[in-house]
Design a protein around this ligand. Sequence first.
Ligand code: NAP
Length: 289
Amino acid sequence: MTITGKTKLLGVIGYPVEHSLSPVMHNAAIAQMGLDCAYLPFPIKPEDLAIALAGFAAVGVMGFSVTIPHKQAIMPLLSEISDLAQAVGAVNTVWRKGETWCGTNTDVLGFIAPLKGITEDWQGKKAIILGNGGAARAVVTGCAQLGFSQITVAGRNAEKLKNFQESWQNSPFGQNLSVQTWENLPQLLPDADLVVNSTPMGMFPHGDASPLEIAEIQRMKSGSIAYDLIYTPRPTKFLQLAESQGMLAIDGVEMLVQQGAVALELWTGRSVPVDTMREALLQQLAAKH
Ligand code: NAP
């Protein structure tokens, strides 16, 4: 990549951000597209968020991705937030419009992309989402958009589950949502068409952990889908167990690739080489682990 006097800046803000795979993925696409842009990691402490945004405006940053811990904190600093990001309650993509910053959430499109590749018809299907954190919010929105008739979020903390449910009360995406504590999963699993792991259980370096044990997975319908948002290791223990029971397995790589592709398209107004992004990401994952 040649940095010129006209090179425009994109990037990702987070704290820490060193582990982010986004720079490799985005810069591969930028090179392929022949753009005079660079995508950099910006480690920004929570207390420096507002000043960083002012600095980005001053130096003409085109846009940036947002990761932990800024996904909610950035919302009051933006002039416009898409309905989707409002529904999710988090922004992961910001762009410059005139003198203002606008935000949206591309995790939802990233999450549903591999499901759309299986079928377009999710009406009447039942989803169980394990975990009630930030990613679970994008998953609930995605399942609601696809038309699932039952969306059940299972968590280990009854108080947090209650707050989670209440936060969807006025949302069009919360209509088919209910919450259950983890102990009730065995009764719910046999009916599920999709189970999504949105907990970090099984993530590197804890690759021998799984959110569900084999006995629980055996209760599920063969042909149903196990979707793990984790992208390292590949496959996770959860997906290995699910595949051994005849379930269809989806890992978190495609979500990561697709949410990035939607963001890059938004910043550049150009169609994006998704295969290049996927390849760069997979190479980086293979080199790391
Ligand atoms: P988060 O906000 O910290 O939420 C994690 C959730 O998992 C919480 O509800 C937490 O429960 C639950 N949990 C953690 N350990 C648990 C355990 N031992 N037993 C039961 N529940 C447990 O994290 P997040 O941002 O939602 O991310 C979750 C996972 O998704 C991570 O692995 C992340 O890497 C992955 N992710 C992937 C993508 C992608 O593009 N592929 C995007 C976003 C996230 P409590 O609420 O009770 O603490």
